[in-house]
Design a protein around this ligand. Structure first.
Ligand SMILES: [Zn+2]
Length: 116
């Protein structure tokens, strides 16, 4: 369950930022997670809640997750298509050479604090 380790890293980043900003409370944290990042959003939410529930600054912070679809663009014919089950084959020309457009993200997009 590597979501726990990822959630811990996110909590660490948010905590550091909250301290820098003299925040009394963290209201919300917004993440962007790619379909192909290997992170299960529900599991990550659960771990985040568990890690923050006893923290005076982070308790009750709302975690929202934008899941990015796994998409690619064919280098041969420039068709953009959805990758299903990690099969990145162009539906138009059957080529395998492509450029990944989205789906591997794992980042904090935004966080909202209440000032102290
Ligand atoms: Zn193509």
């Amino acid at each position: 369950m590597h979501e726990l380790a990822i959630a811990q890293s996110i909590v660490d980043v948010v905590e550091t930022r909250a301290t820098e900003c003299n925040a009394a409370r963290v209201k919300s944290v917004r993440l962007q997670i790619g379909e192909a990042s290997g992170v299960v959003a529900d599991s990550l939410s659960f771990c985040f809640e568990m890690l923050t529930s006893f923290d005076p600054v982070l308790a009750g912070a709302q975690l929202s997750i934008d899941v990015m679809p796994h998409r690619a663009r064919c280098r041969h014919c420039a068709t953009e298509f959805a990758i299903t089950d990690f099969v990145a084959r162009c539906p138009t020309c059957d080529e395998w050479t492509n450029e990944i457009l989205s789906g591997t993200e794992l980042q904090i997009l935004d966080m909202e604090f209440d000032a102290s």
